[in-house]
Design a protein around this ligand. Structure first.
Ligand code: ATP
Ligand code: MG
Length: 565
């Protein structure tokens, strides 16, 4: 009876109270329903029910990866430092990397992702164009020393990832491997029962399809994405671009100074002058690798320092401090304007040539009006640096964008030849000359998908799994009397033999009320109650999601549940 699991012998303790440190529904419910237990910060034990769900997700991933010709391998998680030094990531990863030494003092790391090692594996195994294309994948434990491991298994420091890597000799080949992955991911997330969106992960400059993320909309998500209600545009907020649209600077009057005492902030200035904040130009001072730089954005917009940092990487971006002003009398705090400024000036595309602004006059208590971009000041570099806001225009159709929160569940990426270059990965081409290999890398957060599913499908009573990932098909609850337990076990056996996966609550000394509450919390799609009607051979079938219940004869219940298998 491999398909029957008895609660009386299962390692499973449900909890009435939420864990004290839990903020998200998946964290609370997966712990309370006995699926996972915290071991240390961001490190989790998967208990029997949790392991079943995790395995179900892995099975779906495996089936769809196999279907596109992926070959499963298992690489070590304990890796030597040298390949990561060769790629530059030993340094680049910074504090995110778990580093350790062996007894001889040699440096190792715990793999955060495996591009380097897969490249070396293919270099070792493939010599000719005839050996390619190849798609290799693994489902493996990954390690990242995340700054804020939170939300339970949503962001672990140890977690399960499916990572795959494609190796091709041509750009067209890479595009095809990428397309295959995109389709496999679509099938995987559909089968898992996740609501998801595919969004471009990088801004237009790199080419729209070079990298896409699969996002599962959920309030607990750490990613924000924009969604166009008119067309099919969707993007990570970090990837949204705005075009620079120049206009004629001639139509504006001459620069005029305004006496604006005690108006060091945009709010005080706008109130004093009776203008909207959007008419003013805000100039944020930052240090880029130590050099003071001004960033100009409309006064009603916020600078996204994360975006700015990503645009300027590997340069380090910091906010200026009071000391930085000390030896710069030309910079008047709160009254900085770009006109006549001896600084590198970065601006948001909305600060386009020909636009006129109210901005600081570089004198205490003074602002200037009619300061025109392209006439009174120049922009050294345009970058998308403002926080995207609801209603911003869709870059494709112009409609007002909506913003949502989501969980990144997958990421597909055309890497190109970066790693092949770092490791000299060539194969012999058709003409006998070596060809440099081009790669893609593709990840799915397998353990994160469990949390994402819990986030999207739970209700106020507990978890509510889609059938494909549920730890069982049916949860049989024996109300408590001996005759009921007997019938429940008999039913469990029959269903188990028919291939239905059964969890049967055969516990004695537990009240029916507690059993029903537990069944709701555990979230198996169908609940079969063996209660008062047992002596007459009647049972009650309840749909966990809709709550619909129906009393029916045992034989019919068996038939119906077996048919749904
Ligand atoms: P994030 O931005 O959430 O930190 P990432 O972009 O760094 O993720 P990738 O390197 O793209 O992650 O990894 C592939 C997939 O692995 C991600 O799409 C995500 O689903 C999953 N993943 C990444 N980090 C974690 C983590 N700390 N815990 C659980 N799953 C993770
Ligand atoms: Mg990613």
């Amino acid at each position: 009876m491999a398909h029957v699991q008895r609660m009386s012998t299962t390692l499973l303790k449900t909890l009435r109270d939420d864990p004290a440190d839990a903020e998200t529904a998946s964290h609370k419910l997966l712990v309370r329903a006995g699926y996972v237990r915290r071991s240390s910060a961001g490190v989790w034990t998967w208990l029997p029910l949790g392991k079943k769900v995790l395995d179900n997700v892995s099975r779906v991933v495996r089936e769809e990866m196999d279907a596109i010709g992926g070959q499963e391998v298992l690489l070590p998680a304990l890796l030597p430092k040298e390949p990561y030094e060769a790629s530059g990531r030993w340094e680049e990863y910074g504090d995110l990397l778990f580093r350790l030494k062996d007894r001889k003092g040699a440096d190792y790391l715990l793999g955060p992702t495996h591009e380097e090692i897969f490249t070396l594996t293919v270099k070792d195994q493939c010599t000719s164009y005839k050996d390619l294309p190849v798609i290799l994948y693994q489902i493996q434990t990954k390690y990242r020393d995340e700054a804020r491991p939170r939300s339970g298994v949503l962001r672990g420091r140890e977690f399960q990832m499916k990572d795959s890597y494609s190796f091709d000799t041509t750009d067209e080949g890479l595009a095809e491997s990428y397309r295959l992955h995109r389709e496999a991911y679509t099938r995987i997330f559909e089968r898992l029962g996740l609501d998801y969106r595919v969004v471009s992960a990088v801004s237009g400059a790199m080419g729209g399809s070079a990298s896409e993320e699969f996002l599962a909309p959920a309030a607990a998500g750490e990613d924000t994405f924009v969604d166009c209600p008119q067309c099919d545009y969707a993007a990570n907020t970090e990837a949204v671009t705005v075009a620079v649209s120049p206009s004629d600077p001639a139509g504006h009057g001459a620069v005029e100074e305004l006496d604006t005492p005690d108006t060091p902030t945009i709010e005080t200035l706008a109130a004093h002058l009776g203008v909207p904040a959007s008419a003013t130009l805000k100039n944020l001072l930052v240090k880029v690798d130590g050099e003071i730089t001004a960033v100009g954005v409309p006064g009603d917009r916020e600078v996204d320092l994360g975006k700015l940092g990503e645009h300027l990487a590997p340069a380090v971006v910091e906010l200026v401090t009071a000391e930085d002003f000390a030896d710069r009398p030309d910079l008047v705090r709160g009254y900085v304007g770009p006109q006549g400024l001896k600084l590198r000036y970065i601006a948001d595309p909305r600060v386009a040539p020909g636009t006129a602004w109210i901005t600081g006059a570089n004198k205490p208590g003074t602002h200037a009006r009619n300061v025109v971009c392209g006439r009174d000041f120049e922009v050294d570099q345009y970058l998308d640096v403002v926080v995207v806001e609801p209603g911003d225009p869709c870059p494709r159709c112009g409609a007002g964008l909506e913003i949502g929160r989501a969980i990144e569940i997958g990421h597909i990426f055309q890497l190109g030849r970066k790693y092949a270059d770092a490791f000299g990965l060539d194969v012999l081409g058709q003409n006998g000359k070596p060809v440099r290999v081009t790669m893609g890398s593709y990840g799915i957060g397998v353990s994160r998908a469990v949390a994402a599913l819990a986030e999207q499908t739970h209700d106020e009573s507990g978890l509510c799994w889609p059938r494909e990932v549920a730890p069982a098909d049916v949860h049989i609850v024996a109300a408590g009397k001996a005759v009921q337990t007997e019938l429940a076990l008999e039913l469990a056996d029959k269903l188990g033999s028919a291939g239905v996966r059964v969890l049967v609550d055969d516990r004695t000394g537990v009240s029916p009320g507690v059993k029903f509450t537990d069944a709701e919390l555990i979230g198996i799609p169908e609940i079969l109650v063996v209660g008062r009607g047992a002596p007459q051979g009647l049972v009650e079938l309840k749909d966990r999601r809709t709550g619909a219940r129906e009393e029916l004869p045992v034989a019919e219940a068996i038939e119906r549940l077996s048919a749904r298998r």
